[in-house]
Design a protein around this ligand. Structure first.
Ligand SMILES: [Zn+2]
Length: 672
C-alpha cells in the first residue's frame, strides 16, 4: 500500500487578508453566528493553505510543493491547527480571523482547545497515515493534549523546542527533532520560521534521494539529523575553518559579503611579493541580467513601449564610455535560467549577447553553487569544452565541486570532492591540448585548509595550467583567505594568472595582489543598491547612504496592492501620498522645497505603507542633507539626478547599482 504522510502545522498571525470585520474568538463560540459572519466575509475566503502568510507556513508550503511537483499531489497531506477553526485540512475554505493560542495561558489553551475539539479531530485525522510530522510551537502543542490514540506502527515526529519536551509523551513511536536558538544560528535562519525551513530542506533532499527515504525516516527517525546537518551553514560544535557563513539571501548575506573586518597589519607589511607581481590586477563582474531601459520615462514612470528587453535594454558598459570592469564572468547556470536567453546566447555568442567588446575577456564557468548538493557535477568535460568554444568565451573554467560548510568538515567527502575537481581539471586540460580550442583553459583549485589548497594549486601548475582560479572562498573571512595565499605564494610562477572567485574586498585587494592574485569577481556593490536598507548608495569618499523608498501604487508594485486588498487605504489615498512624496523630493532637488517638508512627505507615505517613521527618518535626513548624487560625476547621477537615490523599480535601483560599480571600480583603479 502507498505510504502516507501527514503534516500538522499551526496557523499564523499573518494572513492574506485583514479586513476590519475579520472573525474574533466570540464568533467561533457561536456556530450560527459563524456562518452569517462568513457570508459577510465571502470575498476574503480562501483555502487554509492559501490564507496563512507567516514565514513558517510559506516555507512549509514551498517544501510541500517541491514534493508534489515531483511525486504527485497525494505524496503528503497538510492539516493546520487553527486557533479559530480547530484542526482543519489545508483545503478547507476559511475566513480571516484574529485568534491565536500564543496569547493564551496554559489553562485558557486547554479550555479553548476542548471547545474546538482539537484532540478528537487529531485522532480522527491521523488515521491511516504512516508518518505524521508536527511543526508546532509550545502553545499549539499544548492545544493537542497529547498523547493521542495511535495505531501500532504509526510514527509521530515533532520538530519542537527543548521546552516542548514536557508536552510530548515519552513513548516509542514519538520522536522529537529538537529545534532551538543554536540551530537557528547554525542554519542561518530565523527561529520563527525555522521548522518550515527545515521541512523545505528535507523536501529538497527527498527529491534528490527518492521517497524511499521517507519510510526509512519513519523506521529510524535519528536519520533526520544526518540528513539535515549537511545543510547547516555553521557546524553546531564550532565554526570550522571553511564554514560557509551563510548562503541565505537578503540583507544578512550582503553584510557578510562585505565584512567590516580589518586586514591584519602583519599580512599587509610582511607579505612577500609573488613572482607574478608584474601582471596587472583585473576586476570581473558576474553577468546577472543587469540591464535597464535606456529611454525609461522617470516622470511618467513608463517603460519604452513595445521594447524587447534583450535588444533594447542596455548593460552598464553600454551607458558608460568605458566599462567599469575589466571582464565579465558568465555562469552556465545563469544562461540556462531562461530558454529565450539560452537560445539567443547560442545564436550570437557571449560577446554579442551582452554587447561587450570582443577585445575584452568573458570568462565562463559552470556555477558550482548551483549543484553544490549533487553527488557529482552534472556535466561532462567534453560538453563543457564545446560549450565554451561554441559560445566564444575568452576563458573557460574546469568543472569543479565545492568543498565548503559541512563538506569541508567530513574527511571522506572533502577528499572525494577534491579528487573530482582534480580529475576534471586533468581531463579538461588534456582534451583542450589535443583539441582545437581557442579559449584559454582555467583550472579550479578547491580545498579545505591552506595545505590542501597548496596541493591543489601545485597539481594544476604541474598539469600545465597558466590560469588558475581559487574556488570556495566567496564566504571565507579575509584572514583565512590570506592564510591560504601565504601558503600558496611561494610556488606561484611568474607567468601565472590567478583568480579569486566571489571576493571583492577593497581594503584587502593590495595584499591579495602581493600574494599572487591577478583578478577577482563580485557583484556585491551592484546588488547592495537594492539589498538591505542602510547602505544602498556608495559615495566616492567612502560614505554609504540609504536609498529613499517610494514604492509605486500602479504597475507591478506588490506591496501597495496588498495594503489596498487588506483595506488599509484606498488606491486614491495611496496615490496622493506617493505623488506628494515624489514631487517633494524633486522640488527639494531643485531648491523649491525645504528638507523638512520633503522628509515629511516621504515619511508620511512611509508610515502609510507600514514602515514606521523612526526606522527611516535618520537615514533619509542624512542622505537629503548630504545630497551625494549632486557630488557624483558618473553618467547615471548626471543624467537622472535625484531619481538615482529613490528606491523604486528596476530602472532606478539597477542604475544605482551601476553607479555603485562605477564608484567601486574607480576606488580600485586608484590602488592599481
Ligand atoms: Zn553616480
Amino acid at each position: 500500500m502507498h505510504f502516507k504522510t501527514l503534516i500538522i502545522t499551526s496557523c499564523t498571525g499573518e494572513k492574506k487578508f485583514k479586513p476590519e470585520n475579520q472573525l474574533l474568538q466570540a464568533d467561533f463560540q457561536a456556530c450560527d453566528n459563524l456562518s452569517i459572519k462568513e457570508k459577510q466575509l465571502e470575498e476574503y475566503m480562501v483555502t487554509a493553505g492559501d490564507m496563512y502568510t507567516g514565514m513558517q507556513h510559506l516555507r512549509l508550503m514551498e517544501g510541500v510543493k517541491i514534493l508534489r511537483d515531483k511525486y504527485g499531489s497525494d505524496v503528503v497531506d497538510v492539516n493546520i491547527v487553527s486557533a479559530g477553526y480547530g484542526l482543519i485540512s489545508e483545503n478547507r475554505r476559511i475566513a480571516p480571523y484574529e485568534v491565536t493560542f500564543n496569547t493564551m495561558s496554559p489553562k485558557e489553551i486547554v479550555a479553548w482547545s476542548k471547545t474546538l475539539r482539537i484532540k478528537e479531530s487529531l485522532s480522527t485525522a491521523i488515521k491511516g497515515y504512516d508518518l505524521i510530522l508536527f511543526l508546532l510551537g509550545d502553545k499549539y502543542l499544548r492545544a493537542l493534549e497529547l498523547p493521542v490514540l495511535t495505531s501500532g506502527d504509526q510514527r509521530l515526529i515533532f520538530f519542537a523546542s527543548g521546552t516542548s519536551r514536557k508536552l510530548i509523551p515519552n513513548e516509542p513511536n514519538y520522536f522529537i527533532y529538537e529545534v532551538g536558538q543554536k540551530d537557528a544560528k547554525s542554519f542561518s535562519y530565523g527561529l520563527v520560521a525555522l521548522k518550515g525551513y527545515l521541512f523545505k530542506l528535507l523536501a529538497q533532499d527527498l527529491v534528490l534521494n527518492g521517497t524511499g527515504l521517507i519510510s526509512q525516516i519513519k523506521d529510524s527517525p535519528d536519520m533526520l539529523s544526518s540528513i539535515l546537518d549537511k545543510y547547516r551553514k555553521v557546524p553546531l560544535e564550532q565554526e570550522s575553518l571553511f564554514a560557509i557563513e551563510e548562503i541565505a539571501k537578503g540583507v544578512a548575506t550582503e553584510k557578510k559579503i562585505l565584512p567590516k573586518e580589518k586586514v591584519p597589519t602583519s599580512y599587509v607589511s610582511d607579505a612577500p611579493r609573488a613572482k607574478n607581481y608584474g601582471i596587472s590586477m583585473r576586476y570581473f563582474i558576474p553577468e546577472w541580467d543587469d540591464r535597464v531601459d535606456p529611454t525609461y520615462n522617470f516622470i511618467k514612470d513608463e517603460s519604452t513601449e513595445g521594447r524587447n528587453p534583450y535588444l533594447h535594454d542596455v548593460y552598464s558598459h553600454e551607458i558608460f564610455d568605458t566599462p567599469n570592469y575589466d571582464g565579465v564572468l558568465i555562469s552556465k547556470v545563469k544562461i540556462e535560467e531562461s530558454n529565450i536567453k539560452k537560445a539567443r546566447v547560442q545564436a550570437v555568442g557571449v560577446h554579442d549577447f551582452i554587447r561587450y567588446p570582443n577585445s575584452k575577456p568573458i570568462m565562463g564557468d559552470c556555477g558550482a553553487f548551483g549543484y553544490i548538493t549533487d553527488e557529482e557535477p552534472p556535466y561532462t568535460t567534453e560538453e563543457i569544452l564545446d560549450y565554451y568554444e561554441d559560445l566564444g568565451f575568452t576563458q573557460g573554467v574546469s568543472i569543479d565541486h565545492l568543498i565548503v560548510g559541512d563538506f569541508a568538515k567530513d574527511p571522506v567527502e572533502r577528499k572525494r570532492r577534491y579528487d573530482i575537481t582534480r580529475r576534471n581539471a586533468a581531463d579538461f586540460i588534456q582534451k583542450w591540448q589535443t583539441g582545437n580550442f581557442s579559449f584559454e583553459p582555467v583550472g579550479v583549485a578547491q580545498g579545505w585548509d591552506p595545505q590542501s589548497y597548496l596541493e591543489s594549486v601545485g597539481e594544476l601548475i604541474d598539469m600545465g595550467y597558466k590560469f588558475i582560479a581559487l574556488g570556495g572562498v566567496a564566504r571565507t573571512p579575509t584572514k583565512q583567505i590570506l592564510e591560504i595565499l601565504n601558503k600558496v605564494v611561494p610556488i606561484i610562477p611568474d607567468y601565472l594568472q590567478f583568480h579569486l572567485f566571489g571576493v571583492a574586498r577593497l581594503d584587502a585587494i593590495p595584499t591579495f595582489r602581493k600574494l599572487g592574485v591577478t583578478s577577482f569577481d563580485s557583484a556585491s556593490h551592484l546588488r547592495r543598491a537594492w539589498l538591505g536598507s542602510g547602505s544602498n548608495y556608495f559615495a566616492m569618499d567612502g560614505k554609504t547612504y540609504a536609498a529613499i523608498r517610494i514604492p509605486p501604487v500602479d504597475g507591478h508594485g506588490v506591496r501597495v496592492k496588498k495594503m489596498i486588498e487588506a483595506g488599509i487605504g484606498t488606491k486614491e489615498e495611496f496615490k496622493v501620498l506617493e505623488v506628494n512624496a515624489l514631487a517633494a523630493l524633486r522640488g527639494f532637488d531643485r531648491g523649491n522645497v525645504t528638507l523638512d517638508d520633503a522628509l515629511e512627505a516621504v515619511l508620511t507615505y512611509d508610515e502609510k505603507i507600514g514602515e514606521g517613521r523612526e526606522k527611516h527618518a535618520d537615514y533619509y535626513r542624512r542622505v537629503l542633507e548630504d545630497q551625494p548624487w549632486k557630488k557624483c560625476d558618473c553618467k547615471i547621477c548626471r543624467e537622472i539626478g535625484i531619481e538615482v537615490i529613490i528606491f523604486r523599480g528596476n530602472n532606478r535601483n539597477r542604475r544605482r547599482g551601476f553607479h555603485n560599480t562605477y564608484v567601486f571600480y574607480n576606488q580600485f583603479k586608484k590602488i592599481f
